[in-house]
Design a protein around this ligand. Structure first.
Ligand code: GAP
Length: 665
């Protein structure tokens, strides 16, 4: 089956998410809409926390990154220049019966018996025109079956009077040995007519698991021919073959899939009142392109110098053919993307004398002026892993996958996927690509607007280089630009002239920045955090009764509710009032929750399921003073209960806010 059965852990997670209000199916009251998900009260807080942490880590806490908030719908020329209109497609295969499509590279292998049928006969007596025929229906059917069985599929698909006539004559002679020549001719004529109207020549194959009767395959085939308009089909040309691990059959229907065809993933709409081709626009399939399209404006207004980055997060849309694994592959989702613009290596070398290359694995430390694209790439991979660790995804749950040269997009120099061990397999959480100067170059050529930058430091440094070094760097830059231009189909002579201009520009301090792109999905990260936090705890009470409950062990920085404030007893006004007062004092600083309903144990359990790291309890000692120990008699304290180990400590109410802030920010 291509769609792996949701495993038990995923089922538990999805059920908790619905029950506690993390994630709901979009449009659920109308049966849902595949690939779209809504975030409930807890999910909305979790998502907001994740996005705010990404935003502050990637922009506010850095001197070299600024933000952008662009529109979802942009000029369609952007998507032509980026290559999305022509190439943002998945290869799909379609089930001939249900018309359902699957991604060609995602068909799970199946084993079983493949039944092949060459076609079907229409046995609908309504459609028979037997007048004048000397054959009865049964004999005719037998003849047709024999005919189909003896013909090869290509010949069958080219049925003609010419190919049928000799067969018809021979068969009539066999069944009517005494018929005269005229009688045979006219019978053959009628017979050929019937053959043509009654025979549907469309070979199909279906797979059934080993041990399942052939009848189940025949039933499917009959349904297929019926759907093609063959009344009461009689299957012909059946054969069976045992097959192991084939990826050619639809996982649900069992029918053989059609050949792979490209299917563009962009969702489109029309802008303005006229729904014509000229007004087609696309819902962005990634947030990145707006950053390239606005590069000049951001560069000029932010007064940043390369290297610097532009961050954006927001909705992206892809008409995924097989949305699956809960929110992992959705049709509407959110991305958090950084385009970090760097100098081409030739410019770095001109300014610093030599480009530093990675010396070892791991974080390369603080950025240096002599870093080329490789070190910047390594830096961002490590920074992103550090981010995940900082929000509670340990390195052991992550893997790096360095794409092989043959897997890279034609403009990419390297791409690392950060994978997370999801319950359904280890899969991509974020991709970090070194995209060369492809994107800005494309928009420069397509819009006619210059996308390059001028770098005074480079101009000065270049002028001071010995002539042979100048030539070497210009030649290398020329070769790289020529490669890009010819790959994009620019004729060689024109490409040569343009590349030469670019190389001359480099010597004058001009270049098109290269880019490193860490691109993460919000929804995938939420799913990873949910899976990582999900913990089952079994407890046995004094009477020996055991109960298993869920504790969502979110890192306090991402937890939807940071603190729950609970009076020990609801019906004691002084406890209830104090709890409410503490809650009011905290809620302006963090997501706090106030709960008085039910036993304190139940309330703790409810907060554990929501993933609240701290519960603050107002009890009698708050007023009467601590009973025992070194702090005996101290008043105005509360109990803090820790979610993960249930341990409790007492703290002065006045210290509560700084105590919490130090742990949840
Ligand atoms: N600008 C580069 C880009 O969009 P991508 O690998 O196609 O690259 C980046 O997407 C990230 O966006 C992925 O690593 C994933 O986290 C998220 N993403 C992509 N398609 C998604 C989908 N259909 N549903 C949820 N998240 C998706």
């Amino acid at each position: 089956m291509a769609e792996p059965k949701e495993n038990v852990l995923m089922e538990k997670i999805t059920s908790l998410c619905k029950r506690r209000g993390f994630i709901f199916q979009s449009s659920e009251i109308y049966g849902g809409i595949q690939g779209f998900w809504d975030y409930g009260p807890l999910g909305a807080e979790l998502k907001r926390n994740v996005k705010e942490l990404w935003w502050s880590t990637m922009t506010r806490m850095r001197d070299d990154v600024v933000g952008l908030e662009a529109t979802i719908i942009m000029h369609p020329a952007i998507w032509r220049a980026s290559g999305h209109v022509d190439t943002f497609a998945d290869m799909m295969r379609e089930c001939p019966m249900t018309k359902k499509r699957v991604r060609a590279d995602q068909v799970e292998p199946q084993s079983g018996i493949v039944y092949r049928f060459l076609g079907a006969l229409n046995d609908d007596s309504q459609s028979l025109c037997l007048s004048g025929s000397i054959l009865d229906v049964d004999i005719e059917r037998e003849l047709l079956e024999e005919f189909v069985a003896t013909e090869s599929p290509p010949a069958l698909s080219n049925l003609s009077e010419f190919s049928l006539a000799p067969f018809a004559v021979a068969s009539i002679k066999r069944y009517q040995p005494n018929a005269g020549a005229n009688e045979i001719d006219s019978a053959a004529y009628a017979h050929v007519g019937h053959l043509k109207t009654r025979l549907c020549v469309e070979p199909i194959s279906v797979i059934v698991p080993l041990g399942k009767p052939a009848e189940s395959a025949r039933k499917l085939a009959i349904q297929y021919y019926e759907s093609r308009g063959v009344g009461a089909p009689i299957l012909v040309g059946e054969s069976a073959t045992k097959i192991d691990r084939t990826v050619d059959f639809h996982p649900e229907s069992g029918f053989e899939l059609g050949s792979p065809r490209p299917f563009n993933l962009m969702l489109q709409t029309w802008v303005g009142p006229i729904q014509s081709d000229e007004n087609i626009a696309y819902l962005r399939p990634e947030t990145a392109q707006a950053i390239f399209a606005q590069f000049k404006n951001v560069h000029e207004t932010s007064r940043q110098k390369v290297p610097f980055g532009v961050a954006q997060m927001g909705k992206a849309f892809r008409n995924e053919v097989t949305p699956r694994n809960y929110t992992f592959r959705s049709r509407e989702f959110e991305q958090m993307e950084l385009e970090f613009f760097i100098k081409p290596d030739e410019a770095v070398e001109a300014v610093t004398g030599a480009v530093a290359t990675p010396a070892s694995k791991g974080h390369p430390g603080e950025p240096q002026p002599n870093w080329g694209w490789q070190l910047w790439h390594q830096y961002w991979v490590e920074e992103r892993i550090k981010f995940y660790e900082g929000i509670g995804l340990p390195r052991t749950t992550l893997e790096e996958y360095w794409q092989k040269p043959e897997e890279l997009a034609h403009y990419a120099r390297a791409c690392v996927d950060i994978l997370f061990k999801f319950p359904f397999g280890t899969q991509e959480l974020e991709g970090i690509a070194a995209r060369s100067d492809f994107d800005l170059s494309q928009h420069e050529r397509s819009s006619g607007k210059a996308m390059g930058v001028f770098d005074e430091e480079l101009r000065t440094a270049f002028g001071k280089l010995p002539p042979e070094k100048q030539t070497e760097l210009k030649d290398r830059y020329y070769a790289a630009r020529l490669k890009y231009l010819t790959k994009m189909g620019v004729p060689l002579d024109k490409a040569g002239a343009e590349a030469q201009e670019d190389a001359d520009g480099l010597a004058k301090g001009q270049y098109i920045p290269h880019v490193i792109e860490p691109s993460a999905g919000v929804d995938r990260l939420i799913l990873a955090l949910l899976a990582n936090a999900f913990t089952e705890v079994t407890e046995t009470d004094a009477k020996g009764k055991s109960e298993t409950r869920v504790v969502m062990k979110f890192h306090p920085r991402v937890a939807p509710i940071k603190v729950a404030v609970l009076p020990l007893l609801k019906n004691k006004p002084e406890l209830a009032n104090k709890a409410r007062e503490i809650f009011q004092s905290l809620r302006g600083h963090m997501m706090a929750f106030h709960d008085e309903a039910g036993s304190i144990g139940r309330r703790y359990a409810r907060q554990d399921e929501a993933g609240t790291p701290f519960c603050v309890t107002v009890d009698f000692e708050t007023f009467e003073g601590i009973k025992d120990g070194p702090q005996a008699g101290v008043k105005d304290t509360v109990t803090i209960r820790h979610r993960d180990d249930g341990k409790q400590e007492r703290i002065a109410t006045s210290e509560l806010l700084p105590w919490l802030l130090a742990r949840v920010k």
